[in-house]
Design a protein around this ligand. Sequence first.
Ligand code: SF4
Length: 246
Amino acid sequence: MGGYIMQIQHFSVNDGEGIRTNLFLAGCPLRCPWCANPEGQTLCNPMTRWAETEEILQEVRRQAIFYRFSGGGVTFTGGEATAQPEFLAELADTLYDEGYSLALESCGWFDFHRLRPTLEKMDLIFLDLKHPDPEEHRRLTGQDNGLILENMEKTARLGIPLVVRIPVILGINGTDDVLAKAFALIRKKAPGASLELLPYHRFGEEKYKELGLPLPDPAFGIPTREQMARWEDQAKAMGISVVSYR
Ligand code: SF4
């Protein structure tokens, strides 16, 4: 078997512990207008390709020594890592059986029942929360956040270390009020989860040009370091542990 991938990125230190290989799996149910990886929104486009499962496994195995000495492993990301659930399960099952440390980064919009056996093989899970308000979430991404919050709650109950990631974008969710609501939801749905705030960036704009897509709205703003530190303090004051893998 196999599936559509965007990229296999070795020597990553941003999406889990130690030195990691990030497997960028293609496809995504959301359409965030600030998306840094627009090539990941669809399975098949000029910036994705079909890859056989065995090809990916061999690439991962060649990096094993780096994982071993750094406490690293493999992170499934995207796009949306769960958008090709059988492909993800096939990779995760084999790597788990071979003893690799696994992490998953997801937008949270997936069928929990179907994905549960794969989630249970993870050592670390990252789930996004893009906006606390359901209607605003739908307006921005095409889907409301009901399923995402439900999955956050169910995933938290698995007892696997969970990090909720919020991409912070001025003009979208970068205000004291919106973030306070998001932090309160995290406390309620996933009380033991850590939080990582990710400042918006525009590094993906070249990809929009390559795909012939209109660029993200220039009104989307990048928060300052001071703003990010203040919002991190706000979360800590609400009893949330703040982490950074960047
Ligand atoms: S969930 Fe992630 S990959 Fe999907 S559209 Fe949003 S930012 Fe892009």
